[in-house]
Design a binder for this molecule. Sequence first.
Ligand SMILES: Nc1nc2c(c(=O)[nH]1)N[C@H]1C(S)=C(S)[C@@H](COP(=O)(O)OP(=O)(O)OC[C@H]3O[C@@H](n4cnc5c(N)ncnc54)[C@H](O)[C@@H]3O)O[C@H]1N2
Ligand code: MOO
Length: 394
Amino acid sequence: MTTLLPLAQAWSRLRALTTPLAIERVPLALAAGRWAAEDIHARRTQPSADLSAMDGYAIRFADLPGPWRVIGESAAGRGFAGETNAGDSVRIFTGAPLPAGTDTILIQEEASREGDTLRLAGEGPPNSGRNVRRRGLDFSEGDLLIRAGERLTPARLALAGTAGHGELAVRRKVRVAIAATGDELVAPGAPVGEAQLPETNRLMLAAQLADLPVDLIDLGILPDRQEALKEAFRAVNADLLVTSGGASVGDHDLVRPALEAAGAKIDFWRIALRPGKPMMAGTLGDTIVLGLPGNPVSAFVTALLFVRPLIAHLAGAADPLPRTRTATLGEPLAANGERTDYLRAELRDGRVLASTLQDSAMLQALARASCLIAREPHAPAAQTGEAVEILDLA
Ligand SMILES: Nc1nc2c(c(=O)[nH]1)N[C@H]1C(S)=C(S)[C@@H](COP(=O)(O)OP(=O)(O)OC[C@H]3O[C@@H](n4cnc5c(N)ncnc54)[C@H](O)[C@@H]3O)O[C@H]1N2
Ligand code: MOO
């Protein structure tokens, strides 16, 4: 019997095949969904001055309960340039700088104004500094805001822009070539003969990578002929080549011999994972190769556990592996075998239920699944109410 490589070892060996991609600087809007390649520090202080947080009147707290004389106006982008003295107030709007000498905002709902005379018409501010955003409240110049390796989420892009950055350093996009293999495969929507099957792994994989910084190269459907596979693999110019199918031990499973004939070094083949056992990994020149099994569910799970994290790692992610969380079992589970198992499952009323059918060729159960239950090798039988690890599916 072959020994199967444990999942964690497969991941660390795969990661060891990588070399860092070049860093490029891109405009903020093109950095969405990528990872910061360098620490990002604030180039300015925010807010850069004390600002009003509300529409109303800037006053001196010591002058309460008023009345005041309104001597001018301060709007966002157009502050009040003059001086203020005791008893003075300035009409002010949200985001506008606080006039010199004032310290508090009286909101307009608690004020009444007749001409230039302003009176208190409510409780008024309870303390000095009320409704004022102090200079540097959000961050100060030089602060470390985003660390290298963190994802550039929408909020982090806004933060970087507010901090004075127009461009950010990121790793260049990952060039990913995708090939399906199998003589039985036809394009989805095309007539399907007796011995044929619509080819869906390429489009599923492309959709699984849609939120990652990749340039996809579609190699189409390759035939089950070693020479043709070898030629196609040799011509690949990519950071990562992902194949599906032909990974197992049958007479028509030619991906591994074809890769070797093309000059690839296979680092590992067959891992302790269900579904996904026949996955292989290696290098072909500067290209990392991941051979996924052809069964659609196996291809999906290996893409989730290896292809996505590998791309995230190449793209500079400090934390590329998918996150699991605990959930409560709604039904018992049998003891697990020697492979880490990822069971298609649904969450109902806060409890997780594994699908009754776990065949790795069955797409319907996968399409219904909202999560996968992760089970360690040789995990004992688990009862209703026990905690299990799950991986949410988007
Ligand atoms: N004697 C053994 N047989 C098998 C073993 C084993 O250890 N010993 N492993 C099994 C496991 S586990 C898996 S998983 C499969 C995967 O094998 P392959 O990677 O060689 O996959 P194929 O034979 O090419 O295809 C399997 C199945 O999936 C369909 N397929 C393939 N590509 C696509 C695609 N792009 N789109 C849709 N469907 C696809 C293909 O038609 C087959 O039905 O091997 C077991 N066998
Ligand atoms: O490991 Mo295969 O991927 O079970 O079906």
